[in-house]
Design a protein around this ligand. Structure first.
Ligand SMILES: Cc1cc2nc3c(=O)[nH]c(=O)nc-3n(C[C@H](O)[C@H](O)[C@H](O)COP(=O)(O)OP(=O)(O)OC[C@H]3O[C@@H](n4cnc5c(N)ncnc54)[C@H](O)[C@@H]3O)c2cc1C
Length: 374
């Protein structure tokens, strides 16, 4: 039996790390248990686009709030986190997508998000390596980019400076009613158990509807100035919404190093963790449709990771039927962005503090309704 703590966090991805720091800042005695290493799950496989998305009012609220929290933290972040704001350009390939650009512009502007519609010439000026002509796009200048693994490590380091304890190399085998069991037989009593185990969180809280959604990325050599913004085809939204079929979409990110990260793919029912060459080929073919010079660049590495998808594309944040178990999971393709907002909402809930945005749309209590309407 290990000594009791106020809060035990299951998993040290970026969500677990953000929760650890937020709880430690609130004066709680925190222990984080990670079966591998910090950021060894989806966080280590992610792109690190800190982006406002508007699929639903609740997604918009959480991404906007979280992006604000990242920008407030930015002055403290060390250079290794590589936080900067290249902005996003959502690219329209046809008139239907240009209509979507105008819809997005209206919605973002009305909610105070700076953005600008680019016509074909303005898009070509902003990104000379894109295919010409393309019809236009939406520039969202305050969207940011960071190095997800280093960001998670930074958050965890900061939590440890506030006396949070990190146990790595041990899996949690079960967690309920104020007790957490590790694979070496250790029992850890804790007042609050936060399940932040990402795509594996349903192994620890049976019954929560989390599906693994595999994604691939390709990292190139350094090509400074080849891409100036994070570029995402508007078809990305169709890919993100597709419910069962495999999909790819053009999404490219310029890193501070000059390297380019090329995405992205989405697959359900693909549990094998390795890279699938067919998916990489499909991603590169899609990317070349938008940026014809890309296939001539040197790719250094590719990898895959698993997003934690929910039925309504919103994360599960808050209490469960077990009064000691709380969820911070199901962030699908937005968990780097929304990690800070998730942690703040949870701790606001623990302390009964007013929160900047309502927690209600993310509460796990909606699970039953979601399953019934499926
Ligand atoms: C290809 C790809 C690109 C992405 N790009 C972006 C992006 O640009 N922007 C964005 O916002 N998001 C992006 N995401 C999504 C983002 O990576 C995830 O939403 C986020 O990393 C989730 O963090 P997490 O801490 O919840 O999960 P994870 O990072 O998966 O962490 C969970 C941790 O729990 C540990 N764990 C699991 N089971 C146990 C156990 N039994 N005991 C102890 N530990 C356990 C795991 O080892 C892991 O370290 C991307 C994801 C992928 C796959």
């Amino acid at each position: 039996m290990s000594s009791a703590c106020d809060v035990a966090i299951l998993g040290a991805g970026i969500v677990g790390a953000a929760c650890a720091l937020e709880c430690a800042r609130a004066g709680m005695n925190v222990t984080v248990i990670e079966k591998n290493a910090v950021a060894s799950g989806a966080t280590g496989a992610a792109m690190g686009h800190v982006v406002v998305m508007d699929d639903s009012p609740a997604q918009f609220a959480l991404t906007k709030y979280s992006q604000y929290l990242w920008s407030a933290l930015a002055p403290e972040l060390p250079p290794s986190v590589e936080y900067y704001r290249p902005g996003t350009i959502w690219i329209a390939a046809d008139e239907d997508e240009m209509a979507e650009v105008r819809r997005k512009f209206g919605g973002y502007s009305s909610q105070g998000i700076a953005c600008e519609i680019l016509d074909s010439d303005a898009l070509a000026d902003a990104e000379p390596n894109l295919r010409r002509p393309l019809i236009g796009g939406l520039l969202v200048p305050n969207d940011a980019v960071l190095h997800p693994q280093n960001a998670a490590e930074y958050l965890m380091d900061q939590a440890q400076k506030l006396r949070a304890r990190l146990i790595t190399g041990h899996a949690v085998t079960s967690a309920s009613y104020g007790r957490l069991y590790l694979d070496d037989g250790t029992i850890l009593p804790a007042g609050i158990l936060i399940n932040a185990a990402g795509a594996l969180s349903s192994e620890l809280t049976p019954g929560i509807p989390i599906r693994k959604r595999k994604g691939h990325l390709i990292l190139t050599d350094r090509y400074p100035g080849y891409v100036n913004h994070q570029l995402v085809e508007l078809g990305y939204l169709k890919s993100a919404h597709s419910s069962d079929t495999d999909s790819v979409a053009f999404n490219i990110q310029p890193r501070i190093s000059g390297q380019l990260l090329i995405g992205s793919s989405r697959q359900y029912d693909a549990d094998e963790p390795g890279v699938d060459p067919h998916i990489l080929k499909a991603m590169m073919e899609r990317a070349a449709l938008y940026m014809p010079g890309l296939p001539s660049l040197t790719a250094l590495r590719s990898w895959a990771g698993f997003r934690a998808a929910t039925l309504d594309n919103l994360p599960l944040i808050g209490p469960t039927e077990d009064p000691t178990v709380f969820l911070a999971t199901g962030h699908e393709g937005l968990g780097i962005t929304t990690s800070l907002g998730t942690a703040r909402l949870l701790v606001d809930h623990f302390l009964a503090r007013p929160s900047a945005i309502p927690i209600d749309p993310y509460l796990p209590s909606r699970i039953t309704t979601l399953q019934e309407t499926r």
